[in-house]
Design a protein around this ligand. Structure first.
Ligand SMILES: CC(C)(COP(=O)(O)OP(=O)(O)OC[C@H]1O[C@@H](n2cnc3c(N)ncnc32)[C@H](O)[C@@H]1O)[C@@H](O)C(=O)NCCC(=O)NCCS
Ligand SMILES: Nc1ncnc2c1ncn2[C@@H]1O[C@H](COP(=O)(O)OP(=O)(O)OP(=O)(O)O)[C@@H](O)[C@H]1O
Length: 204
């Protein structure tokens, strides 16, 4: 028997825009979450299925003592050298897509939030989504929030942002926008309103 195609909402936004914070609210309301950042982390954890290819392409120097990908070294490499980023993406993206497709089909909730940082950049995710929801805030706030979360400096954060779609490109592709330029408390009512809209659309 063929699985019923789920109603999938692609949730995206630039680094530090608040995707995880928004996704947490959707999950609290009963949506299923498929998070491609989490899938990417699992693929590159000790014993992860991307590790042999990463070792073969990038060398043992990119593998940490516990057998995981050395994230700090890889981050420094790929956001400095676009061709290295494309090599890493060529290993990871097909695996992430296959895993996220399976997870969407198996998701138990009334609809699926598919959180993908690179949704606008990658045509293949856009075509899988019934709707695109963008979490938006000014770039200066993205930098401030990532700095206080991770300790990355401003130039590192800017290098990551430069490899992503611009704020204007994301907003142009959005069906729905969550404005995360205010305090965290302002996320919940926006998510609640969209949740009702997605429940109704999924039931049609
Ligand atoms: C470069 C890596 C090692 C940095 O690891 P780190 O722990 O610092 O970041 P993490 O994986 O938690 O991602 C944090 C954020 O970085 C940004 N980011 C990650 N990968 C990319 C990329 N290829 N291009 C642009 N931005 C990216 C996203 O905003 C993401 O939400 C890691 O992000 C990675 O393996 N990236 C390749 C896989 C990928 O493209 N993931 C995005 C999910 S589809
Ligand atoms: N409205 C807000 N006010 C203050 N801090 C916030 C707000 N929204 C998110 N944050 C904080 O900013 C940081 C980034 O938010 P979050 O992790 O949700 O973003 P993200 O888009 O998932 O990031 P990434 O792209 O790195 O995965 C977190 O520490 C989060 O707690």
């Amino acid at each position: 028997m063929q699985a019923v195609k789920p109603y999938v909402v692609g949730l995206t936004g630039g680094i530090g825009s608040g995707k995880s914070a928004a996704a947490d609210h959707f999950v609290a309301l009963g949506a299923s979450l498929v998070d491609t950042d989490r899938i990417a982390h699992a693929l590159t954890a000790p014993g992860g299925s991307a590790i042999p290819a990463i070792r073969s392409i990038f060398g043992a120097g990119m593998i940490a003592a516990d057998g995981s990908m050395d994230r700090t070294a890889m981050r420094a490499l790929v956001f400095e050298r676009p061709e290295a980023r494309r090599e890493l993406e060529a290993i990871l993206h097909p695996l992430i897509r296959a895993s996220s497709d399976r997870a969407c089909l198996a998701a138990p909730g009334p609809y699926v939030i598919l959180a993908v940082p690179l949704l606008i950049e990658s045509g293949s995710y856009r075509s899988r989504c019934s709707r695109i929801c963008v979490v938006d805030c000014p770039e200066a706030l993205q930098i401030k929030r990532v700095r206080s979360r991770s300790g990355l400096d401003e130039s590192q954060i800017r290098a990551i942002m430069a490899s992503q779609a611009t704020r204007a490109q994301r907003l142009a592709a959005a069906d729905d926008v969550i404005d995360n330029s205010g305090p965290l408390a302002e996320l919940a009512p926006q998510v609640q309103r969209l949740h009702l809209q997605y429940l109704a659309a999924a039931a049609r």
